[in-house]
Design a protein around this ligand. Structure first.
Ligand code: GLV
Ligand code: MN
Ligand code: MN
Length: 474
């Protein structure tokens, strides 16, 4: 093999440290292997030349099976097709998890779950004690969303492993697929719950002991009903041990229009924008919609409406197209046409690639809330910053591996930022991280029209497979 596929071009193209890593690997291999290598004069595990071979020819994606799986997973939904609604720890979520665990098993992965239901499927490398290379995403879906967000990075990862197995590749470092629990904040208001915990958030461990959903069901009860968090209230068992992974790569639809508009197959993410979310509540006296005259009102609903408009104003004041803000939840109590709202509840999402600029917006929103309280004689009963996360940067060694993989596969690619957040934002705290984006129809996401073509998904899976293969040899 070494003679047919010379090592040199791969080493130059890929990673100059590879040669020394091969040297290190030598020292760890057992004496039988070393002796055989010494005698044969070339490495028995000659995967570098092997990669060159399958990059050009033998890396195949079973697009039909993959699409069938995407379609089947979409049927685990609480709303009718084409929409998908799959909320954390509901029956549909549990069934969908079972479906994924089954596929992982069929692919020969060893499957385990942690106390919040992060699911891990591992393919042992021939040096299983080295930190593994991980990939993965989420399968929870916000209300009335589509079937590709997150799912492509989970089912696509399983297919990437299948593809590597079919090609005969043997990983040096183990490859591990992670299905992250609750990337979406829908049920408990906390985005990237599973990856945040994996990354070691003590604050979240504490918060989860008292967190409840909109129906006042506690996080711990909901987790237990789904078979997790057995008899532990302290979920710090979920924290990853330092150095568990040498790399983390997530495949995801772009959720924006750039790749499709520019006819580019692969986006290589260099950074993920900084997200924040805020919960606000106003309270007023309420009363009869006919009998209470306008000067006598302190309408909590109007306070919320005014704050929603203030969010837009402050975001626009930043002067940057990269600053965004959304009031995606606005609830009025008691919610009757002839009753003045006595309570209002807003949830505000604001993000920016510039953390300081995003923080300025949060401060301005807070100042507006206080002013509205005063002007409208309502009570600002809650202003809670649920999360205020910094941005994350991809690791150069991973973006280079993704670029090299795209080049070897002859796929047009470009560097870009992610405006959406992902579990990668938190995995970057515990591992070098990178993300692969594929185009999606008109950039649609978080709605039923979300779509990615077979070809684009197959391209993404191939880049993922090749990137994982490269990283597993490092
Ligand atoms: C993830 O779903 C996000 O809201 O960016
Ligand atoms: Mn999403
Ligand atoms: Mn997602």
């Amino acid at each position: 093999m070494a003679q047919r596929f010379p090592l040199l071009p791969f080493l130059v193209l890929c990673l100059c440290s590879s040669a020394s890593i091969i040297g290190i690997a030598h020292q760890h291999e057992d004496s039988t292997t070393q002796t055989m290598e010494d005698f044969s004069g070339y490495p028995i595990h000659d995967h570098h030349s092997f990669i060159q071979n399958f990059a050009s020819s033998s890396l195949s994606v079973d697009t039909e099976s993959l699409q069938n799986q995407i379609d089947e997973l979409a049927t685990f939904s609480d709303t009718p097709a084409p929409s998908v609604t799959r909320i954390l720890y509901t029956e549909k979520d549990v069934l969908a998890r079972r479906y994924i665990k089954n596929l992982m098993g069929i692919s020969g992965l060893s499957v385990r779950e942690d106390a919040v239901g992060n699911i891990f499927g591992r393919w042992d490398g021939y040096e299983p004690n080295l930190p593994a290379v991980a990939t993965g995403s989420h399968i929870d879906a916000i209300p009335y969303s589509g079937k590709y967000d997150g799912v492509v990075g989970v089912l696509g990862a399983i297919e990437a492993i299948n593809s590597l197995k079919r090609s005969g590749f043997k990983p040096r470092r183990s490859l591990e697929i992670i299905l992250f629990t609750s990337e979406e904040p829908t049920r408990f208001g906390i985005g990237c719950l599973g990856s945040r915990l994996l990354a070691g958030s003590e604050v979240l461990v504490k918060a989860l002991q008292t967190t409840v959903d909109g129906q006042n069901k506690s996080f711990l009860d909901a987790a237990r009903a789904a078979g997790y968090a057995k008899d532990q209230d302290d979920l710090s068992s979920v924290f990853l041990r330092k150095g568990s992974y040498s790399a983390f790569v997530e495949l995801h639809i772009e959720q924006g229009p750039i790749l499709e508009e520019e006819d580019i197959s692969i986006g290589i993410v260099t950074a993920i924008a900084a997200p924040a979310s805020i919960k606000v509540e106003f309270e007023g006296n309420g009363g009869h919609a006919g009998a209470v005259l306008m000067p006598n009102r302190n309408d909590a609903g109007l306070a919320a409406a005014e704050l929603a408009l203030a969010v837009e104003k402050h975001v626009l004041e930043s002067g940057s197209i990269d600053t965004v803000g959304t009031v995606g939840i606005l609830e009025l109590h008691p919610g009757a046409i002839n009753s003045i709202p006595s309570k209002s509840h807003l949830e505000i999402d604001t993000r920016d690639i510039d953390e300081q600029r995003r923080n300025n917006v949060i401060e301005k929103i807070y100042q507006s809330a206080i002013k509205i309280e005063k002007d409208r004689r309502v009570r600002l009963s809650e202003f809670k910053i649920v999360n205020q996360d910094p941005p994350a940067l991809s690791d150069k060694s991973i973006t280079e591996a993704m670029e090299a993989a795209s080049k070897e596969l002859n796929l047009p690619h470009k560097l870009m930022i992610s405006r959406a957040y992902h579990d990668s934002l938190f995995m970057a705290r515990v591992s070098p991280m990178g993300m692969i984006f594929i185009p999606c129809y008109k950039g649609y996401s978080h709605k039923p029209e979300e779509y990615a073509s077979h070809q684009d998904i197959a391209n993404g899976v191939k880049v993922l497979a090749l990137t994982l293969a490269k990283l597993s040899l490092n």
